[in-house]
Design a protein around this ligand. Structure first.
Ligand SMILES: [Zn+2]
Length: 507
């Protein structure tokens, strides 16, 4: 299988002007074989030809942080703080258990959206209500296999009781409700490790490495140190990314003072003291952190996943981008889940990442440049996925995960500055072709591997029939709401010596 892109411009983040000269790019198997006259010379006679007409070939976009199990819930909730949002999004109740087909269809929904926009790889931190099973894991992985995207998938399950994960609740709740939240999930560590064995043995490295496994502990406050250590061991043995949400909200910072097990340390320091911060780890959000936390992350070579749209949707706060870049911390960009973005479109994430930090201070030399945002989008994502040597740029030998962007679209007409127009103007609608591992999966007109219209119709049917169970889940959440609200207000009022909200007078 070979494809020759003829007369394309090749994205180069080091170019200071223009979009480069037209050239040819040869893809053979799942990799880029050659660029320039060498590509033309080596192209086999039966290679598929893509006429570039001077359009721009870019590395595929990488969605560095995502949770597929709520793909069917976009737009479903109003903007709410994370802890209340989670209460409504994924209550741990049996009625929300998906069938394998439902898990398959919902997974593929967002994958189709990503491929249409030129996103070729995703890190899916998948949580399952009430818990994962081999059948559900297989359904998710099969969806990624069928649609043709590159996917790295982890099982994001808490192991501790709700009361261990949150501050103040034990004192706020009436006794009977407190008892309900003091029970840890029945699906414990051994069962979760069994699911990981299934994921890794069945799926890791499949389809020439297009499908792979990661590990996830959800967040350090949601699991025991022993389980976190075992996940780290799996990550080390198989070189898997390790996803950990850390200090997304102010409440999570307050938690460290409230629960004796943290001994007043931030969740970053706690994780570092366990010896578990590593270059394999993806710290997700990294908002309510101080300089000592960022120093620890930088020293360990840990990546950070920045999800600016989700952070605004849930009012979490603004991650201080420049403090991380100053320390050389690798940053990837992510949509986070489809219920908290609510599009699965990396172009809007890149645009917001390029804009929100401009109101972090008046020194405009320290505002993100378009070239930095693109670095996070491509190289940052590749490194976070542990594929830095194979993804993120267009070079011979690298994997052929590519998108072809029309330069005669309105976003690039007239062409003034390619990098700024990629970050500030493009919405995904100029993507005329998406290739993953050397295979064209979106040809500008349709997805080539699946019947999109049939899947959309099936999704409408399935999730229409599920409205009753979602309604039941909402009623279940309602009874907890007053207590969660009080918990959040209490945490918000605490002076912690830092602020990550905009225009907020408190500390
Ligand atoms: Zn997340």
């Amino acid at each position: 299988m070979a494809t020759l892109f003829r007369n394309v411009r090749v994205f180069d983040n080091t170019l200071t002007e223009g979009a480069g000269n037209e050239t040819d790019v040869l893809v053979e198997g799942n990799r880029i074989k050659a660029i320039g006259t060498e590509a033309t010379r080596l192209a086999p006679a039966d290679a598929d030809i893509v006429e570039g007409n001077g359009d721009l070939l870019i590395p595929g976009l990488i969605n560095g942080h995502f949770h597929s199990p709520v793909n069917h819930m976009k737009g479903m909730l109003p903007s709410l703080p994370l802890e209340i949002f989670m209460l409504y999004e994924s209550p741990d109740i049996e009625v929300l258990r998906p069938s394998p087909r439902e898990a398959y269809v919902r997974t593929i929904l967002a994958a189709m959206e990503m491929l249409r926009n030129g996103t070729t790889a995703v890190q899916d931190d998948a949580f399952f209500v009430p818990y994962p099973t081999p059948e559900i894991i297989d359904a998710v992985m099969q969806a990624y296999r069928d649609v043709g995207i590159r996917a790295t998938v982890a099982l994001d399950q808490p192991e501790l009781a709700e009361l261990d994960k949150l501050p103040f609740l034990a004192d706020l709740l009436p006794q009977d409700m407190r008892a309900e939240l003091s029970v840890p999930p029945a699906f414990g560590r051994e069962a979760l490790l069994g699911c990981y064995r299934h994921l890794i043995e069945t799926w890791h490295g499949q389809d020439d490495g297009r499908l792979s496994a990661a590990v996830s502990c959800s967040a350090p406050q949601r699991i025991s140190p022993d389980y976190m250590g075992e996940l780290d061991q799996l990550s080390r043995t198989h070189d898997l990314p390790f996803y950990v949400h850390m200090l997304e909200t102010k409440l999570q910072r307050v938690l460290a003072d409230e629960q004796p097990r943290f001994k007043g340390r931030s969740l970053v320091r706690y994780t570092a003291d366990l010896g578990l911060l590593s270059e394999r780890m993806n710290v997700i959000h990294a908002i309510w952190m101080d300089d000592a936390d960022y120093d620890l992350i930088a020293e360990a070579g840990t990546s950070v996943a920045h999800n600016p749209i989700s952070n605004l949707r849930l009012g979490s706060g603004v991650m201080p981008f420049r403090r991380l870049r100053d320390r050389g911390i690798n940053i990837c960009l992510g949509t986070d889940e489809a219920i908290a973005d609510d599009a699965v479109n990396m172009w809007s994430v890149a645009k917001l990442a390029g804009l929100i930090h401009n109101i972090g201070g008046p020194d405009y030399d320290r505002w993100p440049a378009a070239t930095e945002v693109l670095d996070c989008l491509f190289n940052g994502g590749a490194r976070a996925m542990r594929r830095g040597a194979e993804l993120g740029s267009i070079e011979p030998g690298k994997l052929a995960d590519l998108a072809l962007v029309k330069l005669d679209s309105l976003a690039f007409t007239p062409l003034n500055d390619i990098k700024r127009q990629l970050v500030y103007c493009e919405s995904g609608s100029s993507v005329r072709l998406t290739m993953v591992a050397g295979r064209i999966v979106f040809d500008g007109d349709r997805l080539t591997q699946v019947d999109e219209a049939a899947l959309r119709a099936e999704a409408r049917d399935i999730f229409q029939s599920r409205r009753g169970s979602l309604e039941a889940a909402r009623r279940e959440a309602d009874r907890w709401l007053p207590y969660y609200r009080q918990m959040i207000d209490k945490a918000a009022a605490r002076n912690i010596g830092m602020n990550r909200w905009l225009g907020y007078a408190g500390q």
